[in-house]
Design a protein around this ligand. Sequence first.
Ligand code: CUA
Length: 157
Amino acid sequence: MHIDKYEKFFMRVSAAFLALAIGALTASVVFHKAALPKPVERVDPELVRSTAPFDEPGLRKLNNGEYEAVLVASAWLWDGIDEDFVVPAGSTVHFKVTSVDYIHGMLIPETNINAMVIPGQVTEVEATFDEPGTYSLICHEYCGAMHHTMGAQFTVE
Ligand code: CUA
């Protein structure tokens, strides 16, 4: 079968790009531990407010500069973040989040936190806050008329 030389050239280029993409994917899994988020836990969205730890949203101190932040997302609030949410610089905060109504998104700019918050599922993400300042938690999934107001702020001092 005759294949035109340009055709052959572009077939080789395509194969090279494919190999590169598979190589990059393999490297991100092997060297950078990339993985799909796992459903760590489930919670009945109708019982969130009476199920621990979501019955008492807020910040709790763990050991060695580590904190746990339990948040409940609802239209259009983040329960668990208020003016008392203050951690010292260098702290690692483990966020445990769920939603009682719609799918929300959780984005904290300047960190690697970018996750979906889905009714029925518990989302766990964490970040270490080395720089003091005011941080924002933004909903980045359209969740209704007041979606654009669904933000909260906390302090690293
Ligand atoms: Cu919650 Cu958009």
